[in-house]
Design a protein around this ligand. Structure first.
Ligand code: G6P
Length: 743
């Protein structure tokens, strides 16, 4: 508005000054036109009446002349008319002839030149013309016109001119204001889009950047496009993603900047076993995926110190260098009280968010006390991130549903940090998510991230729909970004994967040896067929459904009774939660019932091993089995499926995979099943047990190709490359803002 006034006020003043100067000019001009009109009119009238008047004067008929004069003055503009025979005579005239006009004066007034006389009646136009007769060769006719109508018209004209200029000022002001507003908005919108990093890559707003900014916008657009295509082509052309590739990206693209990983579960747990301290590697897909990344990138991994001997082995900064066999990065432990762990980990995270996000038909439980702990623990981890950051713009990789609030907390303290958050579990639809009493806080917390990753596009869509439903945020479905309070978050699909090629120690033991040892270990005959399942003892994994499928197989194909066993490795998990205790009891009971039903003639059909297994042992099972059965009821990705594929360098073995896992979208060569359909699963088990080696090889080869190409280095590399682009874009736009381009 102020801007508009700055334009309009001077304009009005200029127009007023102009009008002030021009009105008298127009007045004079019109006056002159009117006088000229009267001159012509007078000449016309004189010409018209000349002849009859001469005749009457010659006839000496004064009465008739007077009557003619009266008739002529009936014209409302002719004020008076008179005739002087000589300068000395009295004029023969209408009574209205002003006294100032005397016959003697007429000789002084040059004939044919008109005069304007200011009389008591107002301005009069006087025209003197010769009217010669034989008797009066000096005769003169005087015609007086009333000029008051000219004054009236002149006033009117002045008024109109003033009105015209006022109107003109109003119209020009209005146009100026509109144009000023539009172009101002155009600049502001253009610059906002520029600073958001939009409008350069695409043109989301209808208005193009203001003309002044176009060259700069074009340069920026080109630069960013080049950067992005550079990154994309590097991603595409890079078929061998390895720790080295990741390191190169980190140093070349991110100039070796700090990498801080935050997760609840730590990669190494120190447990006290009497006199000894044992190092355990947890059963967590998240840890399995991230550990090789941290080995490659170094940096700091911040996690909950949950082991019984964890405190004993850390330094005074609560850090320990890991992996124990060859240290590569720092593990920074955060300590939680029993109450904090109960509220934040068992409560909000695992009784609330975990069932909320998985369609496994277990009701989520939300307690306000748990929420308070969740907020407090997120804050505690934010403090640890800030303490560990060596620069003001570290790269922070926040992991999973334990830390939904952490991204925003980090952003509040370190606005220049690049926060990449990865949600390892599914994201439900907006209706389901809205059940959570703190749904809005959780979504807003996550939107503190620069990049928010999910395994599948479906989960990205669900998240964006949830934002749309819950928050006043700007959602761009084309670019898949969400802007909340001016902060942009890219929502992206990054399917997680595993280390490839698998470490030598994982696949070092020959297949035949694994087959023999595993059978021996489980008291199974040498030629016994085995299938394997490897999971945490979690209700989302569909272990009950898996056992029912085995039971159904033995019902449908009794020839397998005594010739086949299914070995289930079930890592104890979250045992403090009732639902998990109940689930474990149900799993055990079901295995017992099935075994009682079918094991009279030989080994039990189900071998349930509820205990912790180190990764290397798990790989031996993978290598020993005819098939691996992943029957999750709902799973973000499921890395067991990919691990099984990685373990089978003999290109044998069959993967049976639930259609409700993220992995099913990447591994269609598996036997894809609905775990709720026992008959279908039983048929898949039979098919797996009888599949020709050549078909096994064909399927396995394709799956191994995919996992090799899309390994975990690519997963992390793509996120880091995207982060690098965002950082550079941020710097560029920061520069343009600093040069005053932010309007
Ligand atoms: C899932 C979660 C991880 C978690 C893992 C093991 O994979 O996404 O965040 O670490 O389960 O669960 P736990 O509760 O033992 O860490």
């Amino acid at each position: 508005m102020r801007l508009s006034l700055r334009f309009v006020l001077p304009l009005i003043l200029i127009l007023a000054a102009f009008a002030y100067g021009i009105v008298p000019l127009v007045d004079q001009l019109t006056f002159r036109w009117f006088v000229r009109d009267l001159d012509m009119r007078s000449a016309l009238i004189v010409n018209t009446i000349q002849e009859p008047l001469q005749e009457q004067l010659a006839a000496g008929s004064k009465a008739k002349t007077a009557a003619l004069f009266t008739k002529i003055t009936q014209d409302e503009r002719i004020f008076a008319i008179g005739y002087c025979a000589t300068p000395q005579s009295m004029p023969l005239a209408t009574r209205t002839l002003p006294a100032e006009i005397r016959c003697v004066d007429l000789t002084r007034w040059s004939v044919g030149v008109d005069h304007v006389l200011e009389s008591a009646q107002g301005p009069l136009h006087v025209a003197v013309s010769p009217l010669v007769t034989e008797a009066a060769p000096e005769g003169k006719l005087v015609l007086v016109h009333d000029m008051s109508f000219i004054v009236r018209r002149s006033d009117e004209t002045k008024r109109y001119v003033i009105y015209f200029f006022m109107g003109l000022a109003a119209v020009i002001s209005l146009i100026t204001v509109v144009i000023a507003q539009l172009s101002w908005r155009g600049w502001v919108a253009g610059m906002r889009a520029l600073l958001r990093g939009e409008g350069l890559l695409r043109q989301p707003v209808a208005m193009p950047p203001a003309a002044e900014f176009r060259p700069i916008a074009r340069d920026l657009q080109r630069l960013i496009r080049e950067m992005e295509s550079d990154v994309r082509s590097r991603d595409e052309s890079q078929l061998n993603w390895s720790p080295d590739t990741l390191r190169t990206i980190l140093h070349a693209e991110l100039s070796g900047e700090d990498v801080i990983v935050v997760s609840n579960r730590e990669p190494y747990i120190h447990q006290r076993r009497g006199e000894r301290i044992e190092v355990q590697r947890p059963a967590s897909g998240l840890v399995t995926a991230l550990e090789p990344i941290m080995r490659a990138c170094s940096g700091v991994w911040i996690a909950h110190g949950s082991g019984s001997a964890d405190r004993e082995v850390v330094d005074k900064h609560d850090r320990i260098a890991v992996p124990p066999e060859k240290t590569a990065y720092q593990l920074r432990r955060v300590w939680l009280s029993a109450e904090e762990e109960a509220g934040y980990y068992y409560g909000l995270a695992n009784e609330g968010l975990w069932p909320l996000c998985h369609i496994a038909h277990v009701r989520p439980t939300f307690r306000s006390g748990d929420w308070a702990h969740y907020v407090a623990v997120n804050r505690k981890f934010a403090g640890a991130v800030i303490a560990e950051a060596k620069t003001k713009n570290p790269i922070v990789l926040v992991q999973d549903y334990h830390f939904a609030l952490l991204p925003r907390m980090i952003r509040d303290e370190l606005p220049d940090a690049t926060v990449i958050t990865f949600w390892h579990i599914p994201w439900p639809n907006p209706e389901s998510f809205a059940i959570c009493p703190w749904a809005e806080e959780i979504v807003a917390g996550l939107l503190g991230s620069s990049i928010l990753g999910f395994h599948t596009q479906f989960h990205c869509n669900n998240f964006v729909d949830t934002v749309d439903r819950l928050l006043e945020a700007r959602v761009d479905r084309e670019a898949f970004t969400v802007s909340l309070a001016g902060k942009l978050t890219a929502v992206r699909r990054y399917p997680i994967s595993i280390d490839w090629p698998p470490a030598a120690e994982m696949v070092g033991k020959p297949i035949e040896q694994c087959r023999a040892e595993i059978r021996q270990l489980n008291s199974l005959p040498a030629a016994h067929a085995i299938g394997v399942g490897v999971d945490r003892l979690d209700y989302t994994k569909g272990i009950m459904e898996r056992f029912r499928a085995v039971e159904r197989l033995l019902e449908m194909k009794p020839e397998w009774i005594g010739r086949f066993s299914f070995v289930q490795i079930a890592a104890p998990t979250r045992a403090g939660i009732d639902e998990y205790q109940n689930h474990e009891a149900q799993v055990r009971a079901l295995a017992t019932r099935i075994n009682q039903r079918f094991s009279r003639t030989g080994p039990p059909p189900i071998v349930l091993k509820v205990e912790h297994h180190e990764p290397q042992q798990v790989y031996e099972y993978y290598r020993a089995a005819e098939f691996c059965f992943v029957s999750s009821l709902h799973d973000g990705m499921n890395l067991v499926a990919k691990e099984f594929v990685a373990a089978r360098d003999d290109e044998r073995g069959v993967l049976i995979l639930s259609q409700f896992t993220g992995a099913a979208r990447e591994l269609p060569e598996a036997l894809i099943v609905n775990p709720y359909d026992a008959d279908q699963c039983a048929a898949a088990l039979h098919l797996a047990l009888t599949m020709e080696p050549s078909e096994q090889r064909d399927r396995m080869r394709l799956m191994r190709g995919l996992v090799a190409e899309f390994n975990v280095y690519r997963w992390a590399g793509r996120m880091l490359l995207d982060a690098a682009v965002m950082r550079r874009r941020g710097r560029l736009l920061g520069k343009s803002a600093a040069t005053g381009l932010d309007g």
